[in-house]
Design a protein around this ligand. Structure first.
Ligand code: ZN
Length: 269
């Protein structure tokens, strides 16, 4: 009954890497390949951690690589998208949302804040301030006891990143694990956890495609931790059944019509 491994799909729209030589130099096979390799290579350090089985999927594949069968077998979906959110079909978004509500984990990265999947599950605009100016980012670990912070110091830094600043238009997270500070002065809730239905969702801010962020050892540690944390505890399909009572119901003198209106009111004592 208990799972012996975690099945992960790293999803990437995979456009910048094919269109821009600078991005391609950092991620020749796509940033999904680097993330998938990092998940395979980073040893799990959390109590109760399970081995990972990691695959990838991209926008250009049939059903974006997220067929009903593949999503049904997925424990944690990692999502990177930026310029083609609108090209993701609503039926796939619906499928991913349903699976999260059933128990699948979802790890949304960087510009995935504006993905259809994330906005649907948050119910807010998920907008923010941004600036692309090669800034240093200092990522503070504000919940060191959280499983996603395992193995990290008090903070870590990325020498070059895109700035994301508050206000980030999200519902209040269940936990905020990281807060980023940027060279230009802004701050940002850069590691946020939610539960939706039976599924766990983690948003992680770093990962602009023009910088080698997913090659960073601390970032890879966060991703490995996040996948373990987001793995399903239960998988329960949605149902809304009419059910028989568990106990024998007593006879009632009052007679109600289907609309709840008392019938034959003159006869009631
Ligand atoms: Zn970006």
């Amino acid at each position: 009954m208990f799972a012996s491994k975690i099945s992960v799909i790293v999803w990437n729209e995979y456009l910048h890497e094919r269109e821009d030589a600078g991005v391609r130099a950092i991620y020749p096979d796509g940033l999904h390949a680097v993330i998938a390799d990092a998940l395979r290579a980073t040893p799990a350090i959390q109590r109760g951690a399970l081995p990972l089985e990691v695959g990838t999927a991209t926008l250009d594949q049939p059903e974006h690589g997220l067929s009903e069968e593949r999503v049904a077998g997925c424990d944690v979906l990692v999502w990177w998208g930026h310029k083609a959110h609108h090209q993701v079909s609503d039926s796939v978004v619906e499928r991913v949302q349903r699976r999260v509500l059933e128990g699948m984990g979802l790890v949304v990265l960087h510009s995935g804040h504006f993905s259809k999947v994330f906005r649907r599950l948050m119910g807010t605009n998920c907008s923010l301030k941004w600036r692309e100016a090669d800034e240093r980012e200092r990522i503070w670990v504000v919940e060191p006891s959280h499983p996603i912070a395992a193995g990290l110091g008090e903070y870590f830094e990325l020498p070059y990143e895109e700035m994301y600043g508050e206000r980030f238009d999200i519902p209040p997270p269940d936990s905020t694990v990281f807060i980023s500070w940027f060279e230009g002065g802004e701050v940002f809730r850069s590691g946020c956890c939610w539960q939706r239905g039976h599924g766990r969702i983690f948003y992680f801010r770093p990962g602009h495609e023009a910088y080698p962020t997913y090659h960073d050892a601390n970032v890879q540690r966060v991703l490995a931790n996040a996948v373990q944390w987001a793995a399903p505890r239960v998988t329960i399909a949605d149902r809304c059944p009419m059910v028989a009572p568990l106990e024998t119901l007593s006879d009632k003198h009052r007679v109600f019509s289907k609309a709840g209106v008392l019938q034959g009111q003159g006869d009631i004592e």
